[in-house]
Design a protein around this ligand. Structure first.
Ligand code: NAD
Ligand code: TYD
Length: 359
């Protein structure tokens, strides 16, 4: 089996669902269930013995050690993190605790477990760390996209904490020989995206007739990737990535924030017109800019394409259409995430038990 951390979050739950749709290798899913973790994302796995959910912290060395000894995974895919830049600006504590200290503790637990494996299992074991393009900092207009050799130059508390985790992973390879892999991916979008991030926030606010906040001039550029494409990239790197290497993952799809918001509005105008017939674009509201806002990210994904044959399957047009359609088809998910009702569902469903199979 594989151990996935953060498997109840946006990318984590997409990864677990895709993984189990594609093979029968079981997943041990360790997630703290912060505000961003949502077991409702994994509802379709209820009763599925291939999925074992454990509520817990990657920084809990005793718990992680015990899980590794009990379940003996052949790999760890580390997706657990605090992930929202705006929250990191308001309070970075949780970002340091999970992204830095938590990753360190997870690496140490993995190293202890890996050291005791027999030679064959030791050679095939992998620790795959999922990171972000934000560690590379901000690009000037027209500057070449980030390659794997681009220096880390993080600008936000979030990206600084992720950069620190990348460095720790690298050090555990160079110093201790732990067989690590790192992926640095651009902005994801798709189903189960928590509506604090730009695309899901724009969709749910537009549907409710609320303002669509655009920071500053809205000309900041991100390289958007449909989440299923990212999940396939992680699977491919786990399968065939070279130990100790970093792989950049991106959609080759640079868009300004304003353009992204317009795309959402235009799709909703076609799929769910407003009662008065006005475009959803009328809801756009420019608000003060994010402090330290990175102007541009862009990923050069030629290494993963060349070495591992990975390419995104979705274009921005097809991925965005699927995403907006998913939100339109899942009003209950949106309502529960916003009301916090999914938390009540968790305690009602699991009570005090910390671990359940088939969650
Ligand atoms: P998310 O915030 O939606 O989910 C994070 C998950 O981790 C949640 O389920 C949360 O409960 C869990 N978690 C948080 N702290 C934990 C801890 N201490 N122990 C165990 N679980 C914990 O984040 P996401 O968008 O799914 O991102 C997943 C990973 O991918 C992160 O490492 C993030 O940095 C990286 N990433 C995200 C994007 C993106 O666009 N979302 C892009 C590139 C990389
Ligand atoms: P976000 O989804 O928070 O991802 P990240 O900061 O990790 O890139 O933001 C994407 C872009 O959208 C970023 O440039 C900030 C901007 N943004 C807005 O303009 N308005 C918003 O309400 C939010 C949440 C983000």
């Amino acid at each position: 089996m594989i151990l996935v951390t953060g498997g109840a979050g946006f990318i984590g739950s997409n990864f677990v669902l895709d993984w189990l749709a594609g093979c029968d290798e079981p997943v041990l899913n360790l997630d703290k269930l912060t505000y961003a973790g949502n077991l409702a994302n994994l509802k379709s796995l209820e009763g599925d013995a291939r999925h074992v959910f454990v509520q817990g912290d990657i920084g809990d060395a005793a718990l992680v050690g015990q899980l590794l000894r009990a379940y003996r995974p052949r790999a760890i895919v580390n997706l657990a993190a605090e992930s929202h830049v705006d929250r990191s600006i308001r309070d970075a504590d949780g970002f340091i605790a999970t992204n830095v200290v938590g990753t360190y503790r997870l690496l140490e637990a993995a190293r202890a477990y890996w050291s005791d494996l027999d030679a064959a299992d030791k050679a095939s074991f992998r620790f795959l760390h999922v990171s972000t393009d934000e560690v590379y900092g901000s690009l000037a207009p027209g500057a070449p996209a980030f390659t794997e050799g681009h220096p880390h130059a993080p600008n936000s508390p979030y990206s600084a904490s992720k950069a620190a985790s990348d460095h720790l992973v690298r050090a555990w390879y160079h110093t201790h020989g732990l067989p690590v892999l790192t992926t640095n991916c651009s902005n994801n979008y798709g189903p189960y995206h928590f509506p604090e991030k730009l695309i899901p926030l724009t969709i749910v606010n537009a549907l409710a007739g609320r303002p669509l906040p655009v920071y500053g001039d809205g000309q900041q550029v991100r390289d958007w990737l449909f989440v299923a494409d990212h999940c396939r990239a992680i699977g491919r790197v786990l399968q065939a990535g070279r130990v100790g290497e970093t792989y950049n993952v991106g959609g080759c799809n640079e868009q300004t924030n304003l353009c992204v918001v317009h795309t959402v509005c235009d799709l909703l105008d076609a799929l769910e017109p407003r009662p008065g017939g006005q475009s959803h674009r009328a809801l756009i509201a420019h608000v003060p800019d994010r402090p330290g806002h990175d102007r541009r990210y862009a990923i050069d994904a030629r290494k993963i394409e060349r070495e591992l044959g990975w390419k995104p399957a979705e274009t921005f047009a097809t991925g965005m259409r699927k995403t907006v359609q998913w939100y339109l088809a899942h009003p209950d998910w949106v309502r529960d995430v916003q009301s916090g009702a999914y938390r009540a569902w968790v305690s009602q469903h699991y009570g005090a038990a910390s671990a359940k199979a088939g969650a």
